[in-house]
Design a protein around this ligand. Sequence first.
Ligand SMILES: [Zn+2]
Length: 438
Amino acid sequence: MRSTRFASNAGGMLPALCVSLLAAAPATAAAQATPAKPTALEASVDKLAKHATVATAFIALQNDNAWTLDQQASICQIPAPPFKEQARAAEYAKRFRELGVQNVRIDKEGNVIGEIRGNRPGPTLLLAGHLDTVFPEGTDVRVKREGTKLTAPGIGDDCRGLAVVLSVARQVITQKIPFAGKLLVVGNVGEEGPGNLRGMRAIFGGPMRDSIDMFISVDGTGFGITNGGVGSNRYRVHYKGPGGHSYGAFGMPNPMHAMGRAIAKIADLEASTTPKVTFNVGIVSGGTSVNSIPFEAIMEVDLRSETAAALAEIDARLQKALREAVTEEKARWPQSKAALSVVIDTIGLRPAGSTPDSSLIVRTSLAAARTMSIYTPLTISSTDANVPMNLRIPAVTLDGGGRGTGAHSLDESYDDRADGYKGPQYVLLVVMGLLGVK
Ligand SMILES: [Zn+2]
């Protein structure tokens, strides 16, 4: 899921998910509000939008908007729980092949990867939507349509992105846009929490890694550019001991009490606001009865930050606190020979990273928004783009247009309203602006 942190939009469309995170760069808003003489890059994107093939693609995306929505709805009706994206992947690969995408394959991790080659050498850009949803097997994924509104789990996150990638690929091929380099089109697995970005890790950890020059994920609705990737470290922490009768065995270290000490230390951690650092104990469990010393206490902890250094720093303090809690609980009962230990299982590591505002990929994304008179705030979130950002490969996550509500809930909806087609138009313009058309 891509969480937007900004709610205003001069273009009249609200980003889908107005939850948490930070405010957009004010300079960007001001620059977009006050028309100034276009920069060379802006002028070239203006010119690109007028290129015959791109202009024709724009008209086709508007006229054939129903095709995009049909893709979105029909993909959504194929369940894709975490680690069970296979059926949706097979269908997505089939659709790529039908469009004429070349060398379509499904890699070992389950990612669908295809290629559209330009007419001359140039950079390689990877354009992706994610196949997985947060919904378990058995979820009713039938799509309900009322006018321009589609309702179904996953309809926006990320069936919208998958549909936009298909629509962009279709126009690039149909209009024979004469671009440089190579466009890789991808439907990847494992974006949502449990997947822990496994799809992108496989792509950027495998043989393709050094051949990808730029990365765009289409995830989220409305308009926005995510160029900061929030990193997170997540742990399941177990405190373990022999346990015993609460009265008869009293006087031994108690795993639950040790965990309580740890939680108190976590609660008192100092966290900076710039860069933002957060910590959370989200789940606690353990124990069997009120009159038993538990043999195990378990908690799940989430740490996040916008920078890798700040995340590493809070992580070190967490690890120290978790171990000090053992030492202190043991010291409370010096006579006891009972063991007490802590086991820390990693359940999620999302690397932090960012693509600078001054980078070509961000400036081109802003220039395309200017050309189309839409407002695209710069945001920070946790998306597939975290992986390439962490490797310093220029990467952004773009929203796919329309308006979404209730992501990750059973009543998730996507409303295309009057101008949903601008989503794929925008992504097409950014992609072609980066690859170059002549
Ligand atoms: Zn998503």
